[in-house]
Design a protein around this ligand. Structure first.
Ligand code: EPU
Length: 355
């Protein structure tokens, strides 16, 4: 190991793969962000913005410069018909959900137990059990590297879509989210239509719904501290109505979610299970036994092992269903974030094992 590598800092990530960076910056003020804006790696775009590392796969052990914002604080303001909650980007998402519910501020209960930081929530517009971040986001404060100023984006400006936003598009790597403001209406109505919550009575309180969501997640999704993972690994694919009808004639029980534009969203977890890959193991990584959309690290698996498994799954699903599934998890190489398709050097898997 050379001297510069010895100075490298290990980066925490929920997949628990080894990853090091020579520079991990933790800005907690606008002045600190202004300094970062002048750094060569920021100008040349060789950096990665990390929240809590719960939706990130470090494919290489060497990672680029990491910027991990440290803006904390939660401020709640009561208005006539709603509560306004201003939250620093580095606060923990689930802690925020619990705090709101405890204080009688309802709305976020379906989003309980989603791992990660508040600042990461708008980037991929986190969602679960029929609710998404965009439903409550009033605005996002964003430090722009080019102008070295804070700008405020309205909900509309954020261009929220399924696991997507402007922060993955036009504003990608153009700055840092420092704070979000949520509007939580007092006229609350619980959302219990999602399978698994639909047995709750109409009168269920937000706390009851939150506890049901917690139980549901705990029954299917492994706790990253016990079995390292990054939640759903792939996004649910959206296909045309024609494609869906062909699939449905072959697989009558295929789960489907019609979209407003007439297309149909499918369940990637179902496709992976149907293709026989649920519970499959490659080296020390695998497809979770209870939720096929989640890839897990049973021990000393590396980023490359997870990549090889993910490539195998993608190719297999393409071969069986002629559908391309793509990761939700962000892929980081030594050079910075890279599209999944650009990783062409991986070990082809010839055989998987099962317990
Ligand atoms: N399914 C299977 N086999 C599996 C997994 C799922 O057949 O191994 C079927 C289920 O039976 C169900 C359908 O697929 O009919 C959908 O499954 P589920 O309700 O578990 O949700 P999901 O589509 O797999 C999405 C989100 C999750 C979120 C849940 C609940 C994505 C990529 N994932 O998963 O988000 O918690 O809905 O709303 O949209 C995350 O992003 O990390 C995440 C966990």
């Amino acid at each position: 190991m050379n001297s510069s590598l010895q100075q490298c800092l290990q980066i925490k990530n929920s997949f628990n793969v080894k990853a090091f960076s020579e520079k991990i910056l933790k800005p907690n003020s606008i002045e600190a962000l202004q300094e970062i804006a002048d750094m060569t790696e920021v100008i040349e775009q060789h950096f990665y913005i990390l929240g809590d590392g719960s939706n990130t796969l470090f494919v290489d052990e060497q990672a680029p410069t990491i910027i991990q914002p440290k803006f904390s604080g939660i401020e709640i303001t009561e208005h006539n018909d709603h509560y306004s909650v201003q939250v620093g980007a580095s606060e923990n998402w689930h802690d925020l959900v619990s705090l709101c519910i405890e204080q009688g501020i309802n709305g976020l209960e379906n989003l309980a137990l989603i791992p990660g930081s508040v600042g990461a929530a708008p980037v991929q517009n986190i969602g679960a059990y029929g609710v998404e971040f965009a439903n409550f986001c009033r605005e996002v404060n964003f430090f722009e590297f080019a102008s070295k100023k804070l700008i405020t984006l309205s909900n509309h400006d954020c261009q929220f879509a399924y696991r997507d936003s402007i922060f993955k598009g036009r504003l990608y790597n153009k700055g840092i989210i420092t704070q979000v403001t949520l509007d939580l209406p007092k006229g609350w109505q619980g959302k219990t239509s999602y399978h698994g919550l639909n047995t709750l009575p109409d009168t269920a309180s937000a706390k009851t719904i939150m506890n049901a969501v917690i139980s549901l997640r705990q029954s299917k999704l492994p706790e990253p501290k016990k079995l390292p993972n990054a939640g759903s690994f792939f996004k649910n694919p959206v296909v045309s109505k024609e494609m869906f009808e062909q699939l449905q004639s072959k697989y009558p029980s295929i789960p489907s979610y019609p979209q407003p534009n007439g297309e149909i969203k499918l369940a990637a977890g179902w496709l992976i299970e149907q293709a026989g890959l649920k519970g499959a193991i490659y080296k020390e990584v695998g497809v979770h036994k209870k939720q096929a959309l989640v890839l897990v690290n049973y021990g000393q698996g590396t980023g490359k092992d997870v990549l090889s498994l993910a490539k195998y799954i993608q190719q297999h699903i393409k071969a069986v269903f002629n559908i391309e599934i793509t990761p939700e998890v962000r892929m980081i190489s030594a050079q910075g974030e890279q599209p999944f398709a650009s990783f062409t050097h991986f070990t082809p898997i010839s055989e998987l094992t099962y317990d």
